[in-house]
Design a protein around this ligand. Sequence first.
Ligand SMILES: [Zn+2]
Ligand SMILES: [Zn+2]
Length: 217
Amino acid sequence: MLDLLLPQRCVVCGLGGAQLCAACLARLPRIEPPLCGRCGTPTAWPVRRCRECAGRRLAFASARAAVYYDDAVRAVVAAWKERALRRLAAAAVSVVIEALEPPRADVVTFVPPDPDRGLTRGHHPPRQLAEALARHWQLPLAAPLRRRAAKRQRGLSRAERRRNVAGVFDAKGTLPSSVVLVDDVFTSGATANAAASALRKAGARRVEVVTFARVVR
Ligand SMILES: [Zn+2]
Ligand SMILES: [Zn+2]
């Protein structure tokens, strides 16, 4: 409702008319292969593990994202989070659908909001993205994950992020074998890994992570 009352401007360039204009949508920096088959980092040629993930234990089998987290994508994600712009959600969904092969999986789920912050926003981009992808891929949506409050990840080092988020998730019920885990942004992978670990403990044997954007160092 809210977005109907606001003046319509592109959140990236400010042009009047659409929440994300066609030119800015077309320019969002797509992530293209070759990638690391395990953690999804762009690489010089296809590899099964890379410098980013070698030596790390990952609870997910793969991680894919549609776009690099550059300034334009940051503006899109921020507006989507803070202002609940529905058309931005639709644009993000279309970019993910165009970029990623439909996964072979039994169910789609999403990283739940931090209990402290989800309440104030009343909506949750990862859930919106997961719902739309589940519809498009004709897979059921499930919401088994619960998240306990933790310190914010922002500003923490990679090692601190992993420690901070380890153990904050758990999953209710019994999951099918193959699960797609959706989030908005893949930063260090610590959150996705902790959530995937909880899904594995609840019976999932394979977790594929799908995000709209990815931070690439
Ligand atoms: Zn624009
Ligand atoms: Zn890797």
